[in-house]
Structures are given as structure tokens and as C-alpha cells.
Ligand binder design. Structure first.
Ligand code: PXP
Length: 246
């Protein structure tokens, strides 16, 4: 399979974390969007969490007019569905969410979600897609979850790379990498578009970039962490180069 250029989604949540924690109006998300786009971001990703710990509702409407491609990550709740319909991002990535978690811990459990939630998922996918909002489902690299993603009507998944990124030794890392490869191949053969993300950094990115079915990576924490010492512009540039040279 020929390798596509992988799109880079720069997640700017943690720029908002710095602002929201101190209730200031800086650092500016508009500036962040502009710098990210000028330095290799193909899309801007934000996660509006139920507890609003970083991105706020108003941020979506402030950045929407200037963002070239906006990807909104959100939990599957009626509140978020209404916000998404109002903000009209280009993409919506549906993620599981627990209030007490530090970050999104696992993928969406489509198999175990129960029929009410599954119906809400299918109906939301249809509603969003009818409104030109492309939906992806953030799931673990697990064939049975992919099967259920297909049943829900999804046309795109984002594979959770957290277990690979957090692997404690090279055996686990190889096993997790292999799970991602198998899942990406199965999903692509099933006509799904394949994205990936979580916990990726300049040290662990290269093997993920070699997986031919992966079309998009969403990366946040490591880009913002690298920015502390080298600046946001350079950090986005370095991830862009790492992905392109993958
Ligand atoms: N993709 C999804 C669906 C996420 O929820 C997150 C974290 O918000 C990311 C990617 C980015 O993860 P990280 O911040 O670890 O790069």
C-alpha cells in the first residue's frame, strides 16, 4: 500500500490549560492556531471536556472563523452534541470521558456501551454527517471494537496509541505496535479511514508513521511540552518534519 502524507492535528488544549488555570486572557488560542497552521498543522484539535478544565465553549466560536480545519473531541452527551451542531467543526472525534481522569484513558467501549448509548452514537454520526461534520471514533486498537464502529455507521476511527506510548519495556512496546498495525490494516480493509493519537512524542512517533494505513495523527501534550524550551513554532515544525521523514 502506497504511503500517504500524514496529516498533523495539533491539539491546543494545554495552551488553554495555562490560560484557564489562572483565569487570564493569555496565551491566545487565536495566536496558537495561526502559528500551528503556519508551521505545518493540517488541522487544529480541541477537546471540550465536561468539566471545562481547558477549552471553554466560547473558544470554539472564537477560533472557528479563523481555523482552516477544526477537529472537536468530545464525549457523547446531549450537551456536547448540541454544542457541536452549533459550532460546526469540520471533524468531530467522539471520545470516552471520566471526570476524574488526567487525560482520555481508554478508547470508546462501543461493544459495552449499552443499546441506548449505541443508538445515540449511531444517530449522532448520521446527524453530524448530514451536517457536513465528519465523525471519527476514538477506540483501542481492537478488532471487535472496530467491528462495532462499523456497525454504528462510522467511516473513520482514531486508534488510541496510549498503551504503545506508555509501554514499560520493548516487548510490550512491540506487542502494542503490532496491535496498532493489525487494527489499522483491518480498519482500512473495512473501508474505514484511520487516524491515531495519544501519548505520541518525537521519540516514539517514527514507527507509527510507518504504518501505511494511518492518514492523520493528533498530538498535543508533547508538542506543548517541547514548546516550553524551544517555542511553539519550532515544536510544531519539528513534529511536522518527524512525520514527513517518518
Ligand atoms: N487524540 C485524542 C482522541 C485525545 O483525546 C487526545 C488527548 O486529548 C489526543 C489525541 C492527544 O493526546 P496527547 O495530548 O497525549 O498528544
Amino acid at each position: 500500500m502506497e504511503k500517504n502524507k500524514i496529516r498533523l492535528g495539533v491539539n491546543i488544549d494545554h495552551i488553554a490549560t495555562i490560560r484557564t488555570n489562572r483565569n487570564t486572557d493569555y496565551p491566545s488560542l487565536i495566536e496558537a492556531v495561526n502559528i500551528a497552521e503556519q508551521n505545518g498543522a493540517d488541522l487544529i484539535t480541541v477537546h471540550l471536556r465536561e468539566d471545562r478544565r481547558h477549552i471553554q465553549d466560547q473558544d470554539l466560536f472564537d477560533i472557528r472563523p479563523i481555523v482552516k480545519t477544526l477537529n472537536l473531541e468530545m464525549a457523547l452527551t446531549n450537551e456536547m452534541i448540541d454544542i457541536c451542531m452549533a459550532a460546526k467543526p469540520d471533524y468531530c472525534c467522539i471520545v470516552p470521558e471520566k471526570r476524574e481522569e488526567l487525560t482520555t484513558e481508554g478508547g470508546l467501549d462501543i461493544i459495552g456501551m449499552g443499546s441506548n448509548q449505541f443508538n445515540l452514537l449511531s444517530n449522532s454520526i448520521e446527524k453530524f454527517q448530514n451536517n457536513k461534520i465528519k465523525v471519527s471514533l476514538f477506540i483501542d486498537p481492537d478488532i471487535s471494537q472496530i467491528d462495532y464502529a462499523i456497525k454504528s455507521g462510522a467511516t473513520c476511527i482514531e486508534l488510541h496509541t496510549g498503551s504503545y506510548a506508555n509501554a514499560m519495556n520493548s516487548d510490550i512496546e512491540n506487542k502494542e505496535l503490532n496491535r496498532i498495525k493489525v487494527a489499522a490494516q483491518f480498519a482500512s480493509e473495512s473501508k474505514l479511514q484511520v487516524h491515531a493519537g495519544h501519548g505520541l512524542n518525537l521519540s516514539n512517533l517514527s514507527d507509527i508513521c510507518k504504518i501505511p494505513q494511518i492518514e492523520e495523527l493528533n498530538i498535543g501534550h508533547a508538542i506543548i511540552a517541547d514548546s516550553i524550551f524551544k517555542g511553539f513554532k519550532q515544536a510544531v515544525n519539528d513534529f511536522r518534519s518527524a512525520i514527513d521523514n517518518g
